[in-house]
Design a protein around this ligand. Sequence first.
Ligand code: HEM
Length: 254
Amino acid sequence: MDVLPRHQQRCVELSVDSILCRWSFICDPYKNAPFDRSHRLLLFTRMPLTSTIRNANALSGLLLVLFLVVHLGGLTSALGAPASFEAYASGLHHNPLLKPLELGLALTSLLHISLSIHKGLRNRQAGNTAQLNSRRAEPFAAWASRSKTIAGVITLGFLGLHLQQLRFPRPMDGHEREALVHVLHQPLSLAVYGLGALAIGLHLVHGTEAAHRSLGWLDPANKSAIRFGGRLLAALLSGGFLLISLGLALGAQA
Ligand code: HEM
């Protein structure tokens, strides 16, 4: 039995067609694919979920960048001011907010990793194997974008080793720097820390701009500033972690 009279059904069909037509015009990746109308409607209804996933992935990535800024800030005193570094580390360990913050960090990391995998798999299933060629004649940015998966995987590998060495178990109060120097005196560890720092920089060159674009915060007026700011931040974080690792490995006494 028809729920709507015939003329109203036709009207609904026309509206759906008009929305689909507008959507196809703006952003339909399947524009030229031989899909029928119901298949296109299915793709259309999935769009809000796709954009929620994209936004959540972008926001979780930006939160992790915030963690890196705080983490690097906390580590800087390890090079030149060992006593204040130990005081900072002990203060952190006894802060009641540390547990909830650690849990939040772990959940944010898991969300970012799983949404990135989900996005990658969907792209692959959609048959998107295109290689990115930058029309801006910026081979480095195009390379950073192509390398986002491998840079993410290297970062994850580094993180596994890093947490196993310095978090599980955590160094005792007053021995944080000693544990750090002990780790960085091992050539293999130092190599992994260096590689991790470079991979994070590369991941951020792509990630900071991509996150702003996904969230709709990039527009013609601010795009140069956001690109420049993102690359500067990537260079500072990557260079900072590299410098601290090398400084502690080569210069510091345990
Ligand atoms: C120069 C490079 C780095 C050094 C020397 C360093 C040092 C440390 C130290 C000493 C801790 C233990 C803190 C504690 O006592 O609770 C720690 C924890 C941690 N680091 Fe790093 N870190 C470096 C780079 C990184 C990078 C690049 C990342 C992210 C990819 C990272 C992620 C973490 C995480 C997630 C924890 C555990 C935080 C917690 O749960 O309390 N670190 N790091």
